[in-house]
Design a protein around this ligand. Structure first.
Ligand code: URA
Length: 195
């Protein structure tokens, strides 16, 4: 109810800042709320901040973030024309995987953030974001390569959602780059048709 009562991005950030329900806040240096244009038609949601993001308080600014920026640039966008956030606003210590409890405690905040941006297209960056927001059990290998409808109570209509490989995974698995490229082209086509 804390997250859902937020009427603006500023209010949501303030409510998250005052939220004491998730212990990740205690070990993190900074809250990482979001970056880019909150009125963009496309929104990218990753998993959780890493060390660089925690230090700077901005999402996707480390090595994976630089690759994400290049992926976004490949479809003609940048941080002035896209919005970027994460499932978790605080870094899990040592970059461990977030627990299901941590994810469910923070979920209302990212759901509300998506409602406030209300993009035409939601891009789920990596398996954790895809499974969490699509409410699916399959991994990224199954979830990528297709369009989903993403809906929530505060949205007037569902939006198109698509899962892509996480840039951290692409940095380790060069062989998947072609599939990643196909996914980006699909997103670009959908973006142009939604205009
Ligand atoms: N990986 C993510 O999922 N999010 C970030 O912000 C940085 C790395």
């Amino acid at each position: 109810s804390l997250a859902h009562s937020a009427k603006s991005m500023e209010e949501l950030a303030e409510k998250l800042r005052s939220y004491e329900g998730c212990s990740l806040k205690k070990t993190a240096i900074n809250m990482v709320f979001g970056d880019g244009n909150a009125e963009a038609h496309i929104m990218f949601v990753g998993e959780a901040p890493g060390a660089d993001e925690d230090r700077l308080g901005r999402p996707f600014v480390g090595v994976s973030g630089q690759l994400l920026d290049r992926m976004i640039a490949a479809i003609g966008l940048d941080r002035d024309s896209a919005y970027i956030s994460n499932i978790l606003p605080w870094r899990p210590p040592g970059n461990r995987n977030p627990t299901p409890a941590e994810v469910s405690l923070c979920l209302p905040f990212i759901e509300r953030q998506i409602e406030l941006v209300a993009p035409h297209i939601l891009v789920l960056v990596g398996g954790v974001a895809a499974k969490t927001l699509l409410g699916r059990k399959e991994g990224i290998m199954k979830l990528r390569g297709q369009w989903f409808d993403y809906a929530s109570h505060g949205l007037s209509c569902p939006m198109k959602a698509r899962a892509i490989f996480h840039p951290a995974y692409l940095l380790r698995s060069q062989a998947q780059k072609q599939k990643a490229w196909q996914d980006l082209l699909e997103i670009k086509t959908q973006m142009n048709s939604a205009k």
